[in-house]
Design a protein around this ligand. Structure first.
Ligand code: NAP
Length: 330
């Protein structure tokens, strides 16, 4: 089997390597999963760079938190799963042809779902759902504003918001993505060329000031969104695509009482009740099967081409996600 490994932090295309190992055997209560599909998200790249999470990662490490694969062997005392079952491995270290997992860390993939779409279902659509439902008491007709709106998360925010009856004002940095976002249900698309007055553009586009903003960019973009929400509004920072710490103006913090808070899915999972998780997963499975969750894929790379894959994933201007494929398709 092959596994992607990094032994030091740095640029993903420089520090990742593939190591070959004997196929491991599952122990008691464990299953062996052959990964067909592994996801690459900005968080994976930041982790390899050493810029993600609260605790240092112990090295060497294998990245990867999203995958879809087939169980091909089970250990003693495995009750629910059998060889041939399609599962969505949970946890880290998934950029490998084969992973060994406790049975409970291998929930079944939704029956009939496309393996790539299923592998991508949790992280980004899950984040979009929780941003819309957990950060403010939004009512139908309310506006939300977001940046990096053509990201996978951003497009899910647009689609879910439309279904929930919320309006979205969507900030992007390229004109050519506007039509796609309107097709998703975006009410307004604002192209920020770096000199755009975001507050003015949002007010013009929405005819109202949103109470909540979702910020995936950080740096000065947080200040722009803080100015674009209503007094007492909230900016939720959930990404750091600019690589910069968020900046917020005193005028917005002090005189307009704007709140800036964060959201991290990993932390949500740590604190969520089984009922909350069940509700989230039921929603995601429903939306996957009815096609509302559908993420375009720009390219697929065999795991052996990991350096090309991460270089592609790190480039701006993509029209979809980059997927890793395992070499051992069943
Ligand atoms: N907090 C959480 O729990 C959580 C969970 C999931 C995702 N996220 C975050 O959500 C964000 C989007 O992730 P994704 O997987 O949906 O992204 P994605 O589909 O891979 O797309 C990346 C997006 O980022 C934009 N972008 C990149 N650098 C930028 C910059 N400096 N300024 C403005 N826009 C920039 C790209 O715009 P172009 O198309 O113009 O290049 C594109 O829209 C990431 O920050 C990710 O870490 C957070």
């Amino acid at each position: 089997m092959r596994r992607a490994v990094f032994r030091r932090h740095g640029s993903p295309q420089d520090v990742l390597e593939i190591v070959e190992e004997d196929d491991p055997l599952p122990g008691p209560g464990q299953v062996r999963v052959r990964n067909h599909v592994m996801t690459i998200n900005p968080a994976d790249l930041l982790s390899i760079e050493g810029r993600y999470g609260t605790e240092p990662i112990s090295l060497p490490a294998t990245p990867g938190v999203g995958a879809c694969g087939l169980v091909d062997a089970v250990g003693e005392d495995v009750k629910r799963l059998k060889p041939g079952d399609r599962v969505l491995p949970v946890g880290g270290g998934l950029w490998a042809d084969i992973v060994i997992l406790p049975e409970r860390m291998a929930p079944p993939a939704p029956a009939g779902a496309d393996p790539e779409q299923a592998a991508m279902m949790r992280a980004n659509p899950g984040t979009a759902y929780l941003l819309l439902t957990g950060m403010a008491d939004l009512a139908p007709g309310d506006w939300v504003v977001q940046n990096a709106a053509n990201s996978n998360v951003g497009r899910m925010v647009i689609r879910f918001a439309r279904e929930m009856g919320f309006h979205t004002a969507n900030i992007v940095r390229r004109h050519e993505v506007a039509a796609v976002l309107r097709g998703d249900g975006a009410d307004a698309v604002i192209v920020d060329d770096g000199n755009t007055d975001v507050t003015e553009a949002v007010t013009q586009a929405a005819g109202a000031t949103p109470r909540i903003a979702f910020d995936a960019v950080g740096g000065e973009a947080t200040a722009a969104l803080s100015g674009a929400v209503a007094p007492h509004g909230t900016v939720v920072v959930y990404g750091l695509l600019s690589g910069q710490d968020s900046v917020v103006g005193a005028r917005d913090l002090v005189f307009r009482d704007v709140s800036v808070r964060g959201f991290w899915l990993a932390d949500w999972y740590r604190r969520a009740s089984p009922e909350d998780m069940g509700r989230l997963h039921a929603f995601l499975e429903r939306k996957l099967l009815d096609g509302v969750i559908h993420s375009p894929v720009e390219a697929r790379y065999d795991l052996g081409r990991i350096r090309e894959a991460v270089a592609h994933a790190g480039r701006g201007g993509r029209n979809g996600k980059i997927i890793l494929t395992g070499g051992l398709h069943a």
